[in-house]
Design a protein around this ligand. Structure first.
Ligand SMILES: [Zn+2]
Length: 359
């Protein structure tokens, strides 16, 4: 990219750090100084994991809430997951223009959850949206309004309070630097809150039940992009996007490197689905949240946690505890080596309520 070149040439002539930061914020995108092909825009970071394949993460200036993937072919682009809101989805579309000017042809939804699919509506009409049949049923409203479900509500009801809290902090802050930082965070939180009110759940128009492949034209051949439903897990209709040639898989939230949300998960079926994930011949796992994972060992950690969570919850239910009591008392500390966030007894009450429901 030209920006890197111009930065290099201009750097020695810059008189101050202020001028440097002004220059950086003026340019919309730049390659990272390491020269590793990472493209950083105001809202997004595109980390290349293979030729034309990027793990896409937010910088924090826009609340995107989940990661995406971009796959660039000879003529067009394929995007996996659309973020949390129309605002975040639009920021993704704009940021992609710093990587490629080719049109987006396909958008894949790994699952129906708000933080991965509520940017769908801002993609142009000609973009084909692909997802599992269950994802279509959820986002089309066939199974009820997703905006009225506890999954959406429990993750978004705090947004107005967050704006109010930042406004209050800003009103009390006198330090200029701290005020500028708070103003930035407030603008991000306000844009997120406004956009949550503009969501029109938009379902996939192409559905799959088990698997399908797209052969994307690339120089010298066709790149297979395999979309697979390996069984139920994080939701009733997760798909992963597997690139057999490049040995890369994007897992959405079916596999993340920490304890995932389980409010409407199929906790009992999830470990077997992860067995099928392990059968895929991949080396690099791109999760819907958290850092890139190399190898398959962390999948074992999640399987072990899910199995124990199920067994321990079942035992507490048999003792007559309510889901709320069980969520406080459950002992998952045997897994704290793999999940440092476990500091004592307890688990997410939404996970325990869900297991009670399934039991
Ligand atoms: Zn998610």
């Amino acid at each position: 990219m030209n920006n890197k070149l111009s930065l290099r040439i201009l750097l020695p002539t810059l008189a101050s750090a202020v001028a440097l930061s002004a220059l950086i914020s003026f340019s919309s995108a730049q390659n990272s100084p390491a020269g590793d092909g990472v493209v950083t825009t105001r809202s997004h970071i595109f980390t290349p994991v293979s030729d034309g394949i990027y793990h896409v993460t937010g910088t924090g200036t826009v609340n995107v809430m989940s990661h995406a993937m971009l796959i660039e072919g000879e003529h067009d682009l394929l995007v996996v997951d659309s973020h949390v809101s129309p605002n975040a989805g639009m920021a993704l579309i704009e940021a992609i223009r710093n990587v490629s000017n080719k049109p987006v042809r396909y958008l894949i939804n790994t699952h129906y959850h708000f933080d991965h699919a509520h940017g769908n509506q801002v993609f142009p009409q000609e973009v084909e949206i692909i997802g599992h049949t269950y994802t279509r049923q959820k986002l089309s409203g066939e199974l009820g309004n997703v905006l009225e479900e506890s999954t959406f509500i429990s993750f978004t009801e705090g947004a107005p309070g967050q704006v109010a809290s930042l406004q209050q902090q800003l009103a009390q802050e006198t330090d200029a630097e701290r005020r500028a930082e708070l103003q930035g965070r407030l603008a991000t939180a306000q844009a997120h809150l406004t956009s949550l009110g503009e969501i029109v759940p938009t379902p996939p128009n192409i559905t799959i039940d088990e698997s399908m492949s797209i052969y994307q034209a690339v120089n010298g051949g066709g790149r297979e992009i395999r979309i697979l439903h390996l069984g139920r897990g994080h939701t009733g209709g997760d798909v992963v996007v597997f690139l057999p040639e490049e040995k890369i898989v994007f897992t959405g939230d079916l596999m993340v490197p920490f304890i995932p949300y389980m409010g409407d998960a199929h906790v009992d079926e999830w470990p077997a689905t992860l067995d099928r994930l392990k059968e895929l011949d991949f080396e690099t796992l791109l999760p819907g949240h958290g850092p890139i994972v190399q190898g398959k060992e962390r999948i074992n950690f999640l399987q072990a946690y899910l199995r124990d969570l199920w067994t321990n919850t079942d035992a507490l239910k048999r003792q007559g505890l309510s889901a709320e009591q069980a969520a406080q008392q459950i002992d998952m500390t045997a897994h704290s080596g793999n999940y440092p966030q476990i500091s004592g007894p307890g688990a997410d009450v939404r996970a325990i309520r869900r297991i009670y429901q399934l039991l």
